[in-house]
Design a protein around this ligand. Structure first.
Ligand code: IPE
Ligand code: IPE
Ligand code: MG
Length: 248
């Protein structure tokens, strides 16, 4: 298949007709990227935000159905107030731009995580982005913000317990599919491929439930240096895997 004037062969053996439906990325390594350049960590976050723009736009262009990115974890509040506020500021900037471009891009945006500790302004922007884009049918980008896999599971358990108490659910009959509907990711298929740049070999509380049968791709590249070529390498690696889901 010819894509943007280049053949499949030249793009690291990616078969664009058989892309994973859902790619999830742990956008890690911004701080180290900045440190290597003698810059403040916040400069790394700004560069990482640029990379996110590039990669999200590219995923939309190649026809990916779902992209989920880890932007801020429930544990990231441990960082300095200065760093947290710089990350929130970048998020605000991104959402303002996204809202301005929505009609053109038609990317459906969702947020996974408890948004209530964010500033009222940011919460309002997330709600607005979600509302405007909810009828779009192209690529869906899920931004994990104040997200933690364990937090998501505990919230799901609490919501299920409330439904049981109110007679809307039966504690003796709960399927995995029904429980999935209590999670932030309700309605979204599990990620096929989870990418973690920056050399760390861990999930750091990302998509604990949804990652059950995901394929993993780790690279030492730091997130601000992550490129389309790197994404091609990850997809090509994924396409070479044999997914068995417990079968033979
Ligand atoms: C990822 O980059 C961004 C967030 C966690 C918000 P880091 O800030 O964790 O970068 P490193 O891991 O310190 O290099
Ligand atoms: C995971 O990265 C969270 C995000 C990328 C948003 P961290 O940098 O917080 O993870 P650890 O602390 O290295 O496990
Ligand atoms: Mg990190």
């Amino acid at each position: 298949m010819a894509l943007f004037g280049r053949s499949t062969q030249q793009l690291g053996q990616v078969d664009f007709d058989n892309l994973p439906r859902h790619i999830a990325i742990i956008m890690d390594g911004n701080g180290r990227w900045a440190k290597r350049r003698g810059l403040p960590r916040t400069a790394g976050h700004a560069a990482g935000a640029e990379t996110f723009r590039t990669i999200a736009t590219y995923c939309k262009d190649i026809g990916l159905e779902y992209l989920t990115v880890y932007a801020f974890s429930t544990e990231n509040w441990k960082r300095s107030a200065e760093e947290v506020s710089a990350i929130m500021g970048l998020l605000k900037k991104y959402l303002l731009e996204a809202i301005g471009r929505m009609e053109r891009d038609r990317v459906k945006m969702e947020f996974f995580g408890d948004l209530s500790p964010l500033s009222p302004e940011l919460q309002e922007m997330c709600a607005r982005t979600r509302e405007i884009s909810k009828h779009y049918e192209g690529c869906q980008v899920n931004i994990c913000l104040n997200y933690g896999g364990r937090d998501e599971l505990v919230r799901g358990a609490m919501a299920f317990a409330r439904d049981c108490v109110q007679g809307r659910a039966d504690p003796d009959h709960l399927t995995q599919e029904q429980f999935g509907n209590y999670l932030f990711s309700r309605g979204v298929p599990d990620p096929d491929l989870i990418i973690r740049p920056s050399g760390e070999l861990r999930l750091s509380n990302f998509l604990l439930w949804q990652s059950a049968y995901a394929e993993f791709y780790f690279t030492d590249v730091l997130w601000p240096d992550f490129s389309k070529e790197e994404l091609h390498r990850a997809i090509a690696a994924y396409q070479g895997r044999d997914r068995r889901f417990g079968g033979v």
